[in-house]
Each structure stands twice: as C-alpha cells, then as structure tokens.
Design a binder for this molecule. Structure first.
Ligand SMILES: CC(C)(COP(=O)(O)OP(=O)(O)OC[C@H]1O[C@@H](n2cnc3c(N)ncnc32)[C@H](O)[C@@H]1OP(=O)(O)O)[C@@H](O)C(=O)NCCC(=O)NCCS
Length: 243
C-alpha cells in the first residue's frame, strides 16, 4: 500500500510540474533519473495508433533493425501498426508533455490457444530519450501485467549485439540463450498477488491522470501562444497606424 501512496503523491507532483513553464530536455532527463515513480506508463488503445506509427517511423534504420529483426521500411512499419490487435495484446506507452510518444512496448499474446501461457515482449525508446530507464521500466510493467494476466513465460527475441535489451532482460532474471547473431531471453513470471494487481491498477490510474493533465497543459500553452500572437499583431498594427 506504501507503493500506491507514493504513486499518488508522485502523480500530484507531476501535475503541478506540468503547469509550470516547459522544462528543457536536460532537466527532463535529470528528473527521470532521480524520480523513480515519475514515469507514468499507460496502456494504449486503438485511438493511439497514429502516435504509435509516428514513434516507430521516427526510429532510424539501425533501431528498426534492432526492434524488428530486419530493416523495416516505412510501409512495413505501417502494416505492423495497422495490424496491432489492441483487444488481444497490450501496448504500453510513455508520453512527454508535448504528447509525443517517447517509448512504447508491445506485449504480444500467442494467437494459438495452446501457447496461451506465453507472451512476447518488444520495445523501442526514441534515441533522444534513452538512458533514462524507460526501456527497463516498460519491461517491468509488461512483466507485471503479463503475470497479472496469468502468463507464466515472457520471451524476448533480440539480436545478440543488442546489449541494452539483453541487459534489461538479464537484470530482470531472464535466461538468455544465444545462437550466433540472434538471442532469445526467457523470463519465468511469478503468479500474480493482490499487491501486483493493486500496484498495476494504481499505476494505470496515475498514468491516465498524468495523460489527461498533459492534454490540458498542452491546450493551455497553445491557447496562451494564440493570445500572445493576437496581442503581438495588435501591437504591430497599432505601431503601423499613423498618429
Ligand atoms: C533497447 C532500448 C529499448 C533500451 O532503452 P533505454 O530506455 O535506453 O534503456 P534503459 O535506460 O532502461 O537502460 C537499460 C540498461 O541498459 C544499459 N544500456 C543502455 N544503452 C546501452 C548500450 N548501448 N550498450 C550497453 N548497455 C546499454 C543501461 O545502462 C541500463 O543498464 P543499468 O540498469 O545497469 O544502468 C533502446 O535502446 C531502443 O529502443 N533500441 C532500439 C530498439 C530495440 O533494440 N528494441 C529491443 C528489441 S525488442
């Protein structure tokens, strides 16, 4: 329950911070590193498809190769996004204050019922947002969700050169099997408990609240920019008018 209380406090602090003047990206990195709870991860629905596409299309060629295991072209990424099944699978995301999707993870459930105790994890973090722990946090969140959903094995397919991904998996206790240039990591998940179910519920509520505050803050700053533009053009028009 202490976990839940901390999350609620952190959510309120985030809400206050969002209505302050926007921070620089260096400050955002510092905050992300020092505040373990201030990274709201929310579950994404089909209405986020467009932002998911923007996120994945903005990955460079090497990152696409690491993420999909091949050099995915724009059309292939678009097909992947169009085929995302939000009913069956779980997609998680981390938004910044401008509502750009900084990081996302796809927890894919097996379509075949005979493998319904397994799920595959895939993740990407924008290059500008790396090293803040987002990849590891998305992994932990997906593992908790999978466990709460009755999944007992989460696996990750990664290229053997992908040190960051394999480090995240190993640190979480996954067994990594390397086969040349490719590796598979297997994480055995413990059964869910009341605590993991409560924690996920609170995390999701905090993340939704955070997202709504970000939407409002973005509307507020756009409104302010419009008012200032109108004011500026009125001042300019006045200065052009002869006395
Ligand atoms: C893999 C990826 C998701 C990691 O995201 P991230 O948010 O930067 O990762 P984190 O900040 O949580 O770092 C996790 C760990 O990896 C380490 N790490 C990060 N980048 C690293 C790198 N290039 N080489 C070695 N270790 C690295 C971090 O130091 C951290 O270790 P620590 O916990 O001991 O400090 C990101 O690099 C990415 O999107 N890559 C392209 C797509 C991809 O590879 N997806 C995975 C395949 S499904």
């Amino acid at each position: 329950m202490l976990e839940a209380t901390n999350l609620i406090k952190a959510s309120l602090a985030t809400g206050r911070a969002l209505l302050r003047t926007p921070r620089s990206s260096e400050e955002e990195v510092a905050v992300a590193r020092t505040s373990p709870y201030l990274v709201p991860i929310r579950s994404l629905g089909a209405n986020h498809r467009q932002r998911i596409a923007e996120h994945l299309l903005s990955l460079g060629p090497h990152d696409r190769y690491l993420r999909f295991g091949y050099s995915a072209q724009d059309e292939q990424i678009q097909r992947y996004v169009d085929s995302l099944n939000f009913e069956r699978d779980e997609i998680f995301g981390i938004y910044n204050r401008k509502l750009a999707l900084l990081a996302m993870a796809h927890l894919a459930y097996a379509p075949d019922k005979s493998y319904d105790s397994c799920a595959e994890f895939g993740v990407s973090v924008l290059a500008s947002a790396r090293g803040r722990g987002y990849g590891a946090r998305l992994f932990d969140r997906a593992a908790m969700h999978a466990s709460n959903d009755g999944i007992s094995l989460m696996f990750i397919h990664a290229l053997s050169e992908n040190e960051a991904m394999l480090k995240i998996a190993r640190k979480a206790g996954a067994r990594v099997e390397r086969e040349g240039t490719e590796s598979d990591a297997y994480l055995q998940l413990p059964p869910s408990t009341l605590d993991t179910r409560m924690t996920e519920m609170v995390e999701e509520t905090v993340a939704l609240t955070d997202y709504r505050i970000k939407v409002q803050a973005k509307q507020f700053w756009s409104f302010l920019a419009e008012v200032q533009a109108i004011r500026q053009s009125a001042i300019e028009a006045q200065s052009r008018t002869p006395p």
